[in-house]
Design a protein around this ligand. Structure first.
Ligand SMILES: [Zn+2]
Length: 319
C-alpha cells in the first residue's frame, strides 16, 4: 500500500509517494505556474501525481489515498477550495472530486497550516501532545489547531486564522481587507511595511535609504544594533505575543510549535513576544506550556498531506 501527499503553494507544487507507514519515498517538484489559471494548475497537479506514482514503481491501484494541502480558505468537509489569495481562478472549486476522478485515487484536501500541524503532531516536534497549536510566521501568518489529538478545522475549515485576529483597529491594512490584524503587523510583509514607512523619517538608521527594505534587512540591521530595526521587531513581537496569549487562554495548549522565516529574528522578536504573551494570558493557562521550533523543515507540508491521506483512509475503512 502507498499514499500520496501534495503540497500546493502559490509558487511551488510538490508531490510525494509514501509507504504505508508514511515514510516519503519519491518526491517530485514543480513550479505551480499559478498565474496561468485554475485548469492549468489542476493539470500540473494531476500530471505530477501520475509521474510520482510511476517513478515510485507503485501500481496505481495500490495507492490508497491522496492528501493535498493548500492555502486557505478551504472547506475540507465539503472538499472545496474557496478562494486562496495566491491561486488566481480557484473559487469554489470541488478539488476532491476533480482529483479523485482525474487520478483514480480518493483525494482529500485541507488547509496547509492545519496539515503542517498534523505532520508535526504525528512525526515531528509535537509527538505526544494532544492539545497543540502550530503557528507559522512568514510572508503571512497561519496556524493549525489540534484538540484531543484531532485537527480542529471549525464548521467550514476556517479555524486557526490567527493572522487575521484584529489587535489594532486603526492599524495597517491587511491583504484580507481588515485593519491592524496580526498579519498586517507581525508577518514578514508587515515588518517590511513598517520599515518602508518609518525609515525615511529616521536618517540615522541603516534602513534609511534602502529602496525596498525587506524583513531580512530589518533583522540584519537589528543584529548590527540599529535602533529603528530593533523597535520594529519589538513591536511585531509584542503583537505576536498578544495573539499567542489569546490562543493560550482560549485553548490551554500543552505545546505551541512556532515556525516560519520571521522566527529567525530570534530574541529581537521572541523576547518581546514572551513578555507580552505572559501579560496577555493567565498563568494557570500557561502551566507546563512549552514553545518549540518545528522539527520537519521544508518537508512539513508533504508529511502532513501524507498523514492526512493515511488518516482519511483509516476513517474510510472504519465507516
Ligand atoms: Zn488579514
Amino acid at each position: 500500500m502507498a499514499f500520496v501527499g501534495v503540497d500546493l503553494g502559490g509558487t511551488q507544487l510538490r508531490v510525494a509517494v509514501a509507504d504505508d507507514r508514511g515514510n516519503l519515498r519519491t518526491v517530485v517538484r514543480r513550479a505551480t505556474e499559478a498565474a496561468r489559471g485554475r485548469d492549468h494548475v489542476i493539470k500540473r497537479i494531476v500530471d505530477a501525481v501520475k509521474e510520482a506514482v510511476e517513478e515510485d514503481g507503485t501500481p496505481p491501484r495500490r495507492v490508497r489515498a491522496l492528501g493535498i494541502g493548500l492555502p486557505g480558505p478551504v472547506d475540507p468537509a465539503a472538499g472545496l477550495v474557496i478562494s486562496p489569495g495566491n491561486l488566481p481562478g480557484f473559487r469554489n472549486v470541488p478539488l476532491n472530486r476533480i482529483l479523485t476522478r482525474a487520478t483514480g485515487i480518493p483525494s482529500f484536501l485541507h488547509h496547509d497550516a492545519h496539515l503542517a500541524a498534523l505532520g508535526e503532531h504525528r512525526r515531528g516536534a509535537a509527538r505526544g501532545a494532544s492539545e497543540m497549536i502550530y503557528v507559522t510566521v512568514s510572508t503571512g501568518i497561519g496556524a493549525g489547531i489540534l484538540l484531543g489529538g484531532e485537527l480542529y478545522a471549525g464548521a467550514h475549515g476556517i479555524a486557526g486564522e490567527v493572522g487575521h485576529i484584529v489587535l489594532k483597529p486603526d492599524g495597517p491594512l491587511c491583504t484580507c481587507g481588515q485593519r491592524g490584524d496580526l498579519e498586517s503587523i507581525a508577518s514578514g510583509t508587515g515588518i517590511a511595511r513598517a520599515a518602508r514607512e518609518l525609515a525615511p523619517g529616521t536618517p540615522g538608521s541603516a534602513l534609511h535609504g534602502l529602496e525596498h527594505p525587506q524583513a531580512e534587512d530589518v533583522v540584519r540591521a537589528a543584529r548590527a544594533g540599529d535602533e529603528l530595526a530593533t523597535a520594529i521587531l519589538e513591536n511585531a513581537g509584542t503583537y505576536l505575543g498578544i495573539a499567542m496569549g489569546t490562543l493560550v487562554n482560549l485553548f490551554n495548549p500543552q505545546l505551541i510549535v512556532l515556525g516560519g522565516s520571521v522566527i529567525k529574528a530570534g530574541n529581537f522578536l521572541l523576547g518581546p513576544m514572551r513578555r507580552s504573551m505572559n501579560v496577555s494570558s493567565w498563568k494557570a493557562a500557561r502551566r507546563g506550556l512549552r514553545i518549540v521550533r518545528p522539527a520537519l523543515g521544508d518537508d512539513v507540508g508533504l508529511i502532513g498531506a501524507v498523514e492526512y491521506a493515511r488518516l482519511r483512509a483509516r476513517h474510510a475503512r472504519l465507516a
